[in-house]
Design a binder for this molecule. Structure first.
Ligand code: GLC
Ligand code: CA
Length: 505
């Protein structure tokens, strides 16, 4: 069985996790320094947001060289050391591949214009960041396509040479022990060959599609994208262990999501955005999970996340800053069937940080979820020795730091660690089938495998959930762990518990 099936992944935004050299920007050396923290927490793999040289028009997602490390973050030597040192602790390292587009500063843009998508006349496609997806290049006298910023020209995946370049990029990093890739914008790297106009949105479309301003009929999930993933699967499978392909698959229909797993010969994991976009309500989230469970074929393994570097953090977005709710959210993420993906800071309930106008860096307003990790309450938050140079403002929230929570059994961090540890020892939580159990409104109860029941009260009233005789093995109210329940589990407002049924000494 593959390591990531049982695993918990942890996303690190390298610029914001730990700054070892005091220049205000997080770096690879900083990650090396804090690997013991990750081992203590119990995660199995880390995904690093882009580590390649970049002019940072889109903070690393505009790549100028896919085979090197951004000097601000470190060196290839440090990355290799990180892979080795993480490996010694049983932690694998995933990098972030950006195949949809390069930076306009990538030498290819001038030297290999045939690698990009050009048109004499722009069609109606829109950039995901707003405005037309086409910009005129005076040098070539034509328009080039960019799904995102004009500084991020889209590659032409119909060009076999582009495919070959990326084969080599994958092998380059796999040869260096990198355990796999998160694949940026995986669903839309191949575009319609005839550049047909996208149809308009209708009121029935998902709010996310409404935001994009048009349907993605000719820009997302084209049949040929699956050829690319089958090709990458063959490359990844030639390694021991096979390398992991984790796609940023921003499609909202679970049946469409299922397509990215192919017949078990494409992506290993396809990120679930319909779940992420639901409000933190029992019925809505449960339906997203049930729909995914129903749509995924037996070979496909789900992956769940509630925060990332593009959206408001879950403690803010889902929980309105209420730690009782954050506890429920963490318990949920770590007990669903599938790989759990935490975003740095989720484990301590880090909230969005308000970034004053004069310090804003990201052009589309995502700074608030990318601020430095809050290790402690010192001026540099344990992130940097030079707080005055911190690239983004540091959140001042002493209760939500590693230092304040580590060792406190009632803390979010210790709950998170206990949930990860429980997954490790519970075959039900790792592999057991998911089944919804009927429950009152606002309450979500599901079975995992034979003997494990997860009950979440996402409401502000006290409830009682039917259950066979069982023992509480994990609870948001930690003092209840070990408690025996007969027939029913009482749950206070915004609380949850995992119980194991059947006799156990
Ligand atoms: C993905 C990334 C996002 C980036 C965009 C363009 O959605 O997660 O951060 O801006 O792709 O690369
Ligand atoms: Ca640094």
């Amino acid at each position: 069985m593959t390591w990531w099936r049982d695993g918990v992944l942890y996303q690190i935004y390298p610029r914001s996790w730990r700054d070892a050299n005091g220049d205000g920007v997080g770096d690879l050396e900083g990650i090396l320094e804090r690997l013991d923290y990750l081992a203590w927490l119990g995660v199995d793999g880390i995904w690093l947001n882009p580590t390649f040289p970049s002019p940072n028009a889109d903070w690393g997602y505009d790549v100028a060289d896919y085979l090197a490390v951004d000097p601000e973050l470190g060196t290839t030597g440090q990355l290799e050391r990180l892979v080795a040192e993480a490996g010694r602790r049983g932690i694998r390292v995933l990098l972030d591949l950006v195949p949809n587009h390069t930076s306009i500063a990538h030498p290819w843009f001038r030297e290999r214009p045939d690698y990009y998508v050009w048109s004499e006349r722009p069609n109606n496609w829109l950039s995901a960041f707003g405005g037309p997806a086409w910009t005129f290049d005076p040098e070539r006298g034509r328009y080039y396509l960019h799904d995102f910023l004009p500084e991020q020209p889209d590659l032409d995946w119909w060009n076999e040479d582009v495919r070959r370049e990326f084969d080599a990029i994958l092998r380059h990093w796999f040869d260096r022990g990198v355990a796999g890739f998160r694949i940026d914008v995986a669903h839309r790297i191949v575009k319609d060959r005839f550049l047909r106009d996208n149809p308009p949105v209708t009121p029935d479309d998902h709010p996310h599609v409404q935001r994009l301003g048009q349907r993605q009929t000719y820009t997302a999930n084209q049949p040929e994208v699956h050829e690319v993933f089958r090709r990458w699967r063959r490359i990844a499978d030639a390694y021991d262990p096979p390398r992991l392909l984790l796609g940023e698959t921003y499609v909202l229909d679970p049946h469409e999501l299922a397509q990215f797993y192919g017949a078990g010969d494409e992506l290993d994991l396809a990120l679930n955005f319909s779940f992420l976009h639901e409000p933190f309500e029992a019925a809505a989230l449960r339906q997203a999970v049930e729909a995914t469970e129903a749509a995924l074929p037996a070979h496909a393994w789900p992956v769940w996340h509630g925060s990332n570097h593009d959206v408001s953090r879950l403690p803010t977005r889902w929980c309105g800053g209420d730690d009782a709710k954050v506890r429920c959210a963490l318990l949920l993420l770590l007990t669903l069937r599938g790989t759990a993906l935490l975003y740095y800071g989720d484990e301590i309930g880090m909230r969005d940080v308000t970034v004053p106008a004069e310090r804003r860096l990201d052009r589309v307003g995502r700074d608030r979820c990318r601020t430095p990790m809050q290790w402690d309450a010192s001026a540099g938050a344990g992130f940097t020795s030079a707080p005055e140079r911190a690239w983004l403002p540091i959140g001042r929230d002493p209760a939500h730091t590693v230092e304040a929570q580590r060792g406190d059994p009632g803390s979010l961090l210790e709950l998170c660690r206990a949930a990860i540890a429980l997954r490790r020892r519970s075959a039900d939580l790792r592999r057991g089938a998911y089944a919804t159990v009927p429950a009152p409104e606002g309450v979500w109860v599901f079975r995992r495998g034979e003997r494990t029941l997860v009950a979440l009260n996402l409401s502000s009233r006290e409830v009682e959930v039917e259950a066979p005789a069982a023992r509480v093995v994990l609870a948001t109210a930690r003092e209840r762990e070990g408690e025996r329940v007969q027939r029913g589990i009482r749950l206070g407002p915004w609380s949850g518990a995992v119980v194991e049924t059947g006799e156990r000494a």
